[in-house]
Design a protein around this ligand. Structure first.
Ligand code: GUN
Ligand code: FE
Length: 448
């Protein structure tokens, strides 16, 4: 099959945005020998059409086709936490988040939220996520089972939290590690699915649990790791009290062998230069989560310092601390956070103006690179899996007006980032097939 539209794609392996744009482009996909739908060619319509003259064309002129968005950090069990008020991270966890997560002991509840979660992601053009489950192993079965049924690429893990967690979400050290290993065996590498070893954050894990997580991370070197680091000032004080012997919050994870490639840490607002050098050296990545940081009043991520140190990073919603499933909302917030010249603890940072192509890259090819999936998703490079979105740059009156006035690609993409929402996402293609039916049939589950 092929699609004719304006096309935005990226060099898959570059450590920064290298965008390509074709105003009248053709995207050609086909099944490989194993039956996986992949991009075969991407480029100018006039150049490619003669070579693929026997291939059906979906005419989407006037629309933009871009890689499906990748959300580098999201909590599916917090779908029903978005919109709850909060007095900062720790009170919000106690008051809203842990009670909601306790409900995932019920597999029926987990399955129903997983369905809604993917409907909502697809409606917003997000086709790959690195997701937290709850501490209940069944929450991961529900999520990855649903992703498998839809042919989606998804990485998820059972949250490890054997202390400082209330009844209903606290797990038990030995059982939590056995459950993790069983989930790796059940899901990792099956179809498009992956497993992430998921210590919730240092305060919620005993030394024995972190030690066990590190041992699993060493034994299963292509399994992912996900956690939180240096998000909030109260959290930072707590970590200092719990781990007085460690140089920094990040150093706790280092001591337990949890910094390596395929490790993704959310937030990273309160890192110092030594921490950034450690991230760069180990290849662990930061999931920048700007709407969450604004909502919880956590602080402002220091892009200039992270980039100078060579830290791998990408964008994330961090729903339900995050305020929206929309990649556009996340990219807007990232721009705002980048502009800020303070960090949140009185320290200054350099304000930067992130380019539209950079913001877009951080939520697609940059995020894929952070996951070690550069040639797999996020770029539309030939050979990658056929996950993409079709966007309508005239979806709403102001969006139509401002994109029509743009004098350059940068201005056009910037107007899209600032003004688009789910109404601009007209189609979503997952593994070469329309995923749109999934959200037209969505029925919210309102019980309880
Ligand atoms: N730190 C530990 N757990 C969480 C969580 O659920 N959300 C956020 N934003 N930070 C956390
Ligand atoms: Fe989070």
């Amino acid at each position: 099959q092929s699609w004719r539209a304006s096309l935005l794609w990226f060099d898959p392996e570059a450590d920064g945005p290298r965008p390509h744009f074709e105003s009248d482009g053709l995207l050609v996909t086909a099944a490989d020998a194993a039956g996986v739908q992949r991009v075969v060619a991407v480029g100018a319509y006039d150049t490619l059409r003669p070579r693929y003259s026997d291939v059906a064309v979906h005419d989407r002129r006037g629309r933009l086709i871009a890689p499906g968005f990748i959300d580098l950090h999201i909590h599916y069990p917090q779908t029903d936490v978005i919109g709850s008020p909060a007095d900062g991270l720790l009170p919000w966890l106690e008051r809203y988040t842990f009670p909601q997560e306790a409900r995932f002991a019920d597999p029926g509840h987990a399955a129903s939220v997983a369905r809604f979660f993917f409907d909502e992601l697809l409606r917003h053009g997000v086709t790959t996520v690195l997701a937290f489950g709850t501490s209940h192993p069944g929450s991961v079965d529900a999520l990855l089972g649903e992703a498998q049924a839809r042919g989606l690429r998804c990485i998820a893990g059972k949250s490890l939290q054997d202390r400082h967690s209330p009844d209903g979400v606290r797990d038990e050290t030995e059982a939590s590690l056995r459950d993790t290993e069983a989930l790796i065996a059940r899901w990792h590498g099956r179809d498009r699915l992956g497993y992430a070893i998921t210590p919730r954050f240092a305060p919620s894990c005993s030394d024995a649990q972190l030690h066990g997580a590190g041992a699993l991370a060493a034994r299963y070197s292509d399994v992912w790791i996900q956690s939180h680091v240096a998000e909030n000032l109260d959290e930072l004080r707590w970590v200092r009290a719990l781990y007085p012997q460690d140089r920094s919050y990040l150093a706790v994870y280092e001591r337990f062998g949890l910094l390596r490639r395929r490790a993704v840490y959310a937030h990273g607002i309160y890192l110092d230069d030594a921490d950034r050098a450690l991230l760069a050296r180990t290849g662990a990545a930061v999931a920048v989560s700007p709407t969450s940081n604004l909502f919880l009043g956590s602080g402002f991520f220091d892009y200039a310092a992270a980039r100078e140190a060579g830290v791998t990073l990408g964008l994330a919603s961090d729903v339900g601390g995050g305020m929206s499933f929309s990649p556009f909302a996340t990219m807007r917030a990232a721009y705002t956070v980048g502009r800020a010249s303070v960090r949140g603890d009185g320290a200054a940072k350099r304000g930067v103006s992130l380019a539209a192509t950079d913001l877009w890259w951080q939520h697609t090819a940059g995020a894929a690179r952070a996951l070690g999936l550069a040639w797999v998703v996020g770029s539309l490079a030939p050979g990658s899996e056929a996950d993409f979105v079709v966007l309508d740059p005239a979806a709403t009156p102001l969006l139509a007006r401002r994109t029509a006035q743009a004098a350059s690609l940068e201005e056009w993409l910037f107007a899209l980032i600032l003004l688009a929402d789910d109404r601009a996402v007209t189609e979503v293609v997952v593994a070469g097939a329309p995923a749109s039916h999934a959200f037209t049939e969505a029925t919210p589950d309102l019980h309880g």
